[in-house]
Design a protein around this ligand. Structure first.
Ligand code: NAD
Length: 443
């Protein structure tokens, strides 16, 4: 993805990486407790597509001031400073640690690529900031646990970007499932179709080149191994060192809905298969993955249940191109961002003529992202746990990371979620963490 050319606003280019250290140069920059009518200062780390969207949603509430923006690419900072609703006082930085020194920043948004969530999030907690961190929670399960620990140790409000939890229709569906509306749920499937078009899948990787002017490529790679600049690598989720494919891109949204509605936080087994069947060359992560999970007994199913995550090319029928579907003894319930449909058991048993499709219950989709941001800001004042707290999103992300480990090793994993260890598999356990390049190796 190429971004447009630099715009008119110039910003402080003197903020190149100084002495690199995981420690901040200043101590915690914490403000007193927020009052109900206090304005909140926000900093954005990672000013790409989603970061700009998160920030604009916060500004739309009218409760927030954008104090500073940090991105390793000058152009992204410049574009953000030029965006509607930004103040001329907003500062721009290349190094997010300078942003964290601001005493007038109460919260930061972390919307960097997948491999760059944990470090800024933990440093923000240490600096006394609340955090809105995008999904997936982390790049490894170890790192996700460290993020949970930082949230607790520094008593921070942390909202993760699994915004379905703030959507009214998702809340209604979760309540119906947990209330037994479709009986005992024995199987849940989540799927995502789409991806490469015929033309895109033929693309070869571009040649290595110099990064664009003002882009600190080494800082973009950060804790990940060094590679010469290659434009395709900015599609971070396509490479194992910086992402995890659709499994960790869309998976955390879809698996999170399963965990929430079923009242579980971790599978007991995970078995994945898949490959790059059509789209060779450009990326490393699969274009097709099928994952089967087994979950333990829960409130909706005394004997546990099975779940499947499926991602593949092509396109499903419009309304069902992606989503989550729960199969219960008394009915079947489909939900995605656009709405939900509940087919009572009779309607799924070929007796529609008797009972009629009128018994099918449908509901429209409700907004998710804006209420999610509002929930975060409300919790910053009340100090309550937000809808997508760090622990639950860490758990949903863990289920996705485990699927990728299973895929890469080609075997079924048995997950001990209390110890966060894969039972009897030393090689797999090594993949719960990763080497980080200095100086980002201190977590
Ligand atoms: N919640 C959602 O529905 C949703 C939707 C899209 C993306 N996302 C998530 O948001 C995150 C960002 O995705 P995106 O699509 O905006 O990617 P993007 O590539 O458009 O933006 C990432 C930005 O982070 C910058 N960056 C990289 N390293 C940095 C560092 N060390 N410090 C500061 N900036 C740095 C990059 O230069 C880039 O501008 C990902 O985790 C993605 O999964 C969430």
């Amino acid at each position: 993805m190429e971004l447009p050319k630099m715009t008119r606003r110039d910003f402080n280019k003197s903020t190149t990486l100084g002495v690199v250290s995981l420690a901040l140069s200043a101590g915690p920059a914490v403000r007193n407790v927020l009052g109900a009518n206090d304005r909140m200062g926000v900093g954005l780390i990672g000013a790409g597509n989603q970061g700009r969207f998160d920030l604009s949603s916060m500004l739309r509430t009218g409760q927030v001031d954008a104090v500073a923006v940090a991105d390793v690419y000058d152009l992204c900072v410049a574009l953000t400073l030029d965006a509607p609703g930004m103040s001329s006082k907003t500062k721009g930085y290349k190094d997010f640690r300078r942003l964290l020194e601001h005493k007038d920043i109460d919260a930061v948004i972390v919307a960097t690529p997948e491999h760059w969530h944990g470090i800024p999030m933990i440093l923000a907690c240490q600096a006394g900031k609340d955090v809105y961190v995008e999904k997936p929670a982390s790049h490894t399960i170890y790192e996700g646990r460290k993020m949970v620990e930082a949230t607790r140790q520094y008593q921070r409000v942390v909202q993760c970007g699994t915004q379905q939890r703030s959507g009214e229709h998702f809340q209604k569906v979760a309540k119906m499932i947990r209330g037994g509306k479709i009986g005992t749920v024995t199987f849940v499937e989540a799927w995502l179709t789409g991806g490469f078009t015929r033309e895109q899948r033929k693309l070869a990787p571009p040649a290595d080149s110099d990064p664009p002017p003002g882009f600190d490529w080494d800082f973009w790679l950060g804790p990940a191994p060094f590679h010469p600049y290659n434009r395709s690598r900015r599609g971070f989720t396509g490479f194992w060192e910086t992402g995890g494919g659709e499994m960790t891109n869309w998976g955390p949204h879809l698996i999170d809905v399963i965990h929430w509605a079923m009242g579980v936080d971790a599978p007991v087994t995970v078995a994945a298969s898949g490959s790059r069947y059509a789209s060779q060359g450009l990326y490393e992560t699969p274009d097709t993955i099928e994952v089967v999970y087994e979950y333990p007994p829960c409130a909706v199913s005394d004997h546990g249940f099975a779940a499947r995550f499926s991602q593949h090319l092509g396109r499903g029928p419009d309304e069902h191109a992606y989503g989550t579907q729960f199969y219960g003894t008394d009915g079947t319930l489909f939900v995605n961002r656009e709405g939900y449909t509940l087919w009572p058991a009779q309607a799924t048993q070929d007796v529609w003529e008797t009972f009629g499709p009128t018994q099918v219950m449908k509901g429209d989709g409700a907004a998710q992202h804006q209420p999610h941001v509002v929930n975060f800001l409300d919790c910053m004042k009340s100090r309550q746990k937000p809808n997508s707290d760090m622990e639950t999103t860490h758990r949903s992300t863990s289920a996705c990371i485990l699927a990728n480990i299973s895929l890469r090793l080609g075997r079924k994993l048995h997950w001990d979620s209390n110890q966060e260890q894969i039972s009897g598999d030393a090689e797999a356990n090594k993949m719960l963490n990763e080497e980080r390049r200095k100086p980002w190796n201190a977590i």
